[in-house]
Design a protein around this ligand. Structure first.
Ligand code: DAH
Length: 375
């Protein structure tokens, strides 16, 4: 009698196990749908992503241990087969076996379809679609100041000039002494020049390169030196404490003012067209004697007057003159044998004029929205 009772008990325990499993397993049943294996989704549900699929797989592995492992209720039920009365043992045994294999079959179908699905998702993730259009790198272009500088360099190289690369930090000798700038000259004042360590300063003009060029190359020499210069100016639409100049120097036997005028005139005609006119106005610079400032006829109106040339017909460009004998001497060139001319011009203002920029600072802010307009 007690055996019968315990058999009924065992059977109902087994049925409980079966129900508990089915309840926990319910949410996985949909994965046995062949549509899921094929598409990753079952009608009416959201497609599972790879990480979800992998966590489902983990949960299933836990389920397997919980219901079919050595310490599971099912394992205990199997052990109890031996305790059942001999005449009922085989039918109970079959019942246990059937329950186990039907539950396992359900679990295995889902495990299999998840495995298949995960394999498909992995291939999808790891494969490269070679038919997709590539991502083109954004290609840059030269800065407008660089474009103008290169154009100027091209003209002078074709006239037989070398290009000198100067220094941005200079000693007093190159900044002032060698350029015949006297001790008390206002350019030496701290409010105009950025002094760094004692005796050194950021160059305030490219004229310093004249000295280096003559020292290194001797005479005769023909060179231009484009580069940055620094002045303690407060930034405003027409000033920036850093800007660009191009220096020019030609030293040889018998060089005169005529060569200066001819060279600057030819340079500007090549830059702005054959009708461009040049004019020289007397001026003063410590490193040249005589000195002159030069203008060229407006590239926009040709000289009749417009907004760009402020109705004068002329655009002021730079300073120039015959190299002062003291400068030649300071650079080791004999002024009784050689003479030369020099000039210097600012190129940022020229860019601003050419592109009608109303604020020169735009050129130095590196704002891509501004710069990409010059492609
Ligand atoms: N260095 C001068 C300046 O920054 C420009 C200049 C004038 C350069 C006369 C020269 C020159 O070479 O001869 O304003």
């Amino acid at each position: 009698m007690s055996d019968l009772n315990s058999l009924a008990e065992l059977e109902s325990q087994l049925t409980d196990i079966k129900h508990a499993f089915e309840q926990e397993f319910e949410r996985f049943a949909r994965f046995s749908d062949p549509v899921f294996v094929k598409t990753g989704t079952v009608p009416g549900t959201i497609a599972a992503q790879l990480p979800d699929l992998q966590s489902y797989q983990d949960i299933l592995a836990q389920l397997r241990t919980k219901y079919f492992g050595k310490k599971s209720a099912l394992a205990a039920a199997k052990k109890s087969i031996g305790r059942v009365a001999p005449e009922e043992r085989s039918s109970f045994g079959q019942f246990v076996q059937q329950t186990e294999s039907s539950l396992l079959a359900k679990l295995e179908i889902v495990e299999q379809s998840l495995r298949a699905r995960i394999a498909t998702e992995r291939i999808k993730r790891d494969s490269i679609d070679v038919t997709l259009p590539g991502r083109r790198p954004r290609h840059g272009h030269l800065h407008p100041i660089t474009l103008l500088r290169e154009k100027i360099e091209d003209v002078f190289v074709s006239l037989g000039y070398a290009i000198e690369d100067g220094r941005e930090i200079e000693t007093d000798f190159y900044n002032f002494d060698a350029l015949n700038i006297p001790q008390n000259h206002p350019a030496r004042a701290e409010q105009d020049t950025f002094y760094t360590t004692a005796g050194l300063a950021l160059r305030s003009q490219t004229s310093t390169v004249q000295i280096h060029a003559m020292q290194r190359r001797g005479a005769p020499v023909r060179m231009i030196a484009p580069g940055r210069v620094f002045r303690r100016d407060t930034p405003d639409p027409t000033h920036n404490p850093m800007f660009y100049q191009v220096e020019g120097l030609c030293v040889d036997r018998g060089i005169s003012m005529a060569h200066l005028k001819g060279t600057v005139g030819e340079f500007l005609r090549r830059m702005f067209g054959p009708d461009t006119r040049t004019r020289f106005r007397p001026s003063y610079f410590p490193f040249t004697e005589p000195s002159a400032e030069f203008d060229f006829s407006c590239f926009k109106c040709g000289g009749s007057g417009c907004r760009i040339c402020k109705n004068s017909g002329w655009i002021e460009l730079g300073g120039s003159g015959m190299v002062h004998p003291n400068v030649l001497r300071a650079a080791g060139v004999d002024p009784t044998e050689f003479s030369g001319f020099a000039f210097g011009l600012g190129i940022d203002r020229m860019v601003a004029l050419m592109y009608s920029l109303d604020d020169i600072r735009l050129l130095f802010e590196n704002d891509i929205r501004f710069l990409e307009q010059f492609d």
